[in-house]
Design a binder for this molecule. Structure first.
Ligand SMILES: [Zn+2]
Length: 284
């Protein structure tokens, strides 16, 4: 990817040097007081969660070594890719007559607290609908490169675009529809629905790549190849084989390597959000 010198997003919150302890993240003491007042006044806490600023007043302290040159560069890369993702989804939402609310992307090290709860890096990158933030520990990415043999900078861009895909699902009301199914379906049935949700996020990552690819100064075919590898590398069957040594199809929540690569490719080739109804697809 030829990313140097391009626009950087303002929506990256870099907490890699912040110790996550106590109430470090999620609004800090000020946020807690506001929340208590709000509850006393009879408000709904899920409303106010959205207003708590990550990176606001905080009791945490900056710790440890400054970031290495490589880590600094990875932070810049993330900001450039996020800016491009913002441009693409901003335009696609405008074409649909909708407004695109940009998510923030929180870089963290080790563990982080989100509106969706406390997360360790072992969770992998995730999107929290409650605060509309994407959370990424870049150590996960380095691990993915090493263990799953998915090299290249586009693999990280793919992971980011997949997580922002979950944000797009949230803005379009798809996430709420799925949440309504929880408790009404068996675990097995719910897993099958969640696979479709994940494959759609892969498709949406492909839609972003479709437009990013049109900018030939940014992506080349080699990058796209890396994206396909990354989509395959994070398939549930591959991960399960690496971590457990066997595959348990009913426990899939992300789809197989082949399915993930296929939906990413479909988004990449069409660039058409209407082609991505994984819930209606007879064959995944
Ligand atoms: Zn996902």
């Amino acid at each position: 990817m030829k990313w140097q010198g391009r626009r950087k997003s303002d929506n990256v919150v870099d907490r890699r040097r912040v110790r996550a302890g106590g109430i470090a993240v999620g609004g800090g003491l000020g946020g807690v007081i506001v929340l208590v007042l709000y509850l006393l006044l009879g408000g709904d806490p899920s409303d106010i969660q959205q207003n708590l600023q990550i990176g606001g007043p905080s009791t945490s302290t900056e710790v440890g070594e400054p970031l290495s040159a490589h880590q600094e560069e990875m932070g810049e890369f993330v900001a450039v890719v996020l800016a491009d993702i913002e441009d693409v989804w901003g335009e696609l939402f405008r074409q649909m007559g909708l407004e695109y609310r940009e998510p923030r992307l929180v870089l963290f090290t080790g563990q982080v607290e989100s509106a969706c709860g406390y997360a360790a890096a072992a969770t992998g990158p995730f999107y929290c609908p409650g605060d509309e933030n994407v959370y990424i520990d870049l150590a996960f990415f380095e691990d993915m490169q090493r263990r799953l043999n998915a090299p290249g900078d586009f693999a990280l861009a793919y992971v980011m675009a997949h997580e922002v895909g979950h944000h797009v699902q949230n803005l379009l009301g798809i996430t709420d529809q799925i949440n309504d199914l929880r408790g009404r379906l068996s675990e097995r049935e719910l897993n099958q629905v969640l696979v479709r949700l994940e494959l759609q996020a892969d498709f949406l990552a492909g839609v972003w790549a479709h437009y990013a690819w049109q900018d030939t100064d940014f992506l080349d075919s080699q990058d796209i190849e890396e994206g396909m590898n990354a989509a395959a590398a994070v398939g549930d069957d591959r991960i399960m084989r690496q971590t457990q040594g066997y595959v348990v199809p009913d426990a899939f929540t992300h789809g197989t390597s082949e399915q993930r690569a296929r939906w990413f490719r479909k988004g990449l080739e069409t660039g058409d959000i209407r082609q991505g109804d994984t819930f209606a697809a007879e064959e995944l």
